[in-house]
Design a protein around this ligand. Structure first.
Ligand code: SF4
Length: 98
């Protein structure tokens, strides 16, 4: 969930193995690993900037001002939460037909 909107929904195991939404990938990259070797090898993903106010969310995709994959379309229209694989829903134009 980002700024009050569900951006990805999937069975737990699938979500941890193959998160699709850039925000989910960012969150999961921050999860600590109990094994220090795995933790050192883990690639941390960070987003630039600060989260905007939830009462004045950006138009289009709410993540677009901070998303490294944002395109013009992302700032124009909010992507709907759509099933892209069986039981795996994502709200991101990267995975949806325009
Ligand atoms: S819709 Fe665009 S801005 Fe939003 S997460 Fe997907 S690529 Fe990034």
């Amino acid at each position: 969930m980002y700024l009050g909107k569900v951006v990805e929904l999937a069975p737990t195991e699938e979500l941890f193995e193959e998160a699709l939404h850039p925000y989910t990938q960012t969150l999961l990259s921050a999860v600590l690993e109990p094994d220090p070797r795995l933790m050192r090898a883990k690639k941390r993903i960070t987003l630039p900037g600060e989260p905007p106010s939830a009462i004045n969310s950006p138009k289009g995709c709410r993540l677009h001002p901070r998303c490294p994959y944002a395109t013009e379309a992302c700032s124009r229209e909010e992507p709907p939460l759509t099933e892209v694989e069986r039981g795996h829903y994502v709200a991101c134009w990267q995975y949806l037909r325009r």
